[in-house]
Design a protein around this ligand. Structure first.
Ligand SMILES: Cc1ncc(C[n+]2csc(CCOP(=O)(O)OP(=O)(O)O)c2C)c(N)n1
Length: 325
């Protein structure tokens, strides 16, 4: 069977389909928002698009809604927007976590609300959250699986984001001051000058350096490891399609992700972060980058190293990049 050949017609491509929320469900969501005092949205999962993120941004603006993102889903809301209040998962802002715990309405869009996005299942009571939970997901089997949502909506993120335009905000947005507070807390948390790490190299400041110089559409890739927390906390993802990172938490993801990104988007800057452990797992893909002349930039962070500047040991890699560029 392995060696036998046959002739078959090409199968037609699978077209993504949309699942729109029902009118009644949208009406119920509108009512819940009307009665809310301290709502917050959490966005995550896959199946988003640039247009859907724009629609979500527009919705958040009209409702002055604070928006948090799930683990490594930071490209789902622009970090420089007044509604963005931070990310969940490893190294989340404790103040954001506390805010979600005391919110009276959580609008979870596209996220499964699995272990990482719920801080190890500590955000909400199981199975009945104390807060009013609206859970929107494309897979009906995710709805009610762990949490009994007050309102469960089976919809794809793109269709749901589109449908949000039909909701009108209440005349008074009782929570807008809280949104500003949550935003201020995010800005303090993500300010590289608020912490000093051991050693001379401040990786938080490296993030600031990159934010200041990289174009907004630069693709940032990483694998799993403590070094990734610097990206989560200090990098500002500003556009959809700029983050390639393993939501499953698997190591070694960054370099091959970077090679793939640069293959598809040769005109965009691609920066890969890897720990020394991560890089060893799939560093051989660097040979692919060289073979196909894909000038990715790899920043290798060895967290065990305390020598000044020796933490980034990518001199050889940088030399190859320079040659390619
Ligand atoms: C494929 C895989 N194997 C093992 C792990 C468990 N794990 C998570 S982080 C980590 C160490 C990562 O080391 P490094 O890349 O050097 O980053 P650091 O934590 O030192 O910053 C390990 C072994 C994993 N997440 N994925």
């Amino acid at each position: 069977m392995f060696e036998a050949s046959t002739k078959v017609a090409n199968a037609s491509a699978v077209k993504p389909f949309e699942i729109y929320p029902g009118r009644e469900q949208l009406g119920a969501l509108g009512q819940l928002l009307k009665n809310a005092r301290q709502p917050i949205a959490i966005v995550g999962g896959s199946g988003w698009s640039s247009a859907a993120v724009q629609q979500l941004v527009h919705f958040a603006e009209r409702f002055a809604l604070p928006v948090a993102v799930g683990f490594r889903r930071q490209m789902l809301f622009p970090a420089n927007h007044a509604s963005f209040v931070g990310d969940l998962g490893i190294g989340a802002n404790p103040r954001l976590v506390a805010r979600i715990k005391t919110s009276d309405l959580v609008l979870a869009i596209g996220t499964r609300l699995s272990e990482a996005a719920t801080q190890g299942y500590t955000l909400f009571n199981i199975p009945n959250p104390a807060t009013t939970l609206v859970h929107v997901h494309a897979d009906p089997s995710e709805l009610g699986r762990v949490y009994r949502a007050s309102l469960a909506i089976n919809a794809t993120p793109t269709a749901f984001a589109d449908a949000l335009k039909d909701l009108d905000p209440p005349a008074e947005l009782a929570w807008s001051r809280l949104t500003q507070e949550a935003r201020a807390e995010y800005l303090v948390w993500s300010d590289p000058s608020v912490i000093t790490a051991p050693g001379n190299l401040q990786v938080a400041k490296v993030m600031q350096y990159l934010i200041d110089r990289l174009p907004e559409d630069a693709v940032i890739c990483n694998g799993a490891g403590n070094y990734a927390i610097w990206i989560h906390r200090f990098f500002r993802f500003r556009q959809f399609g700029t983050q390639l990172a393993p939501t499953s938490g698997s190591m070694g993801y960054g370099v091959p992700a970077g090679v793939a990104a640069k293959t598809l988007f040769s005109d965009r800057a691609v920066v890969v972060f890897a720990g020394d452990g991560c890089f060893l797992m799939n560093g051989q893909e660097f040979a692919t980058a060289v073979q196909y002349k894909l000038p990715i930039i790899v920043i290798l962070i060895d967290t065990a190293c305390t020598e000044p500047f020796a933490c980034i040991r990518s001199a050889a890699i940088q030399a190859v990049c320079m040659e390619l560029i």
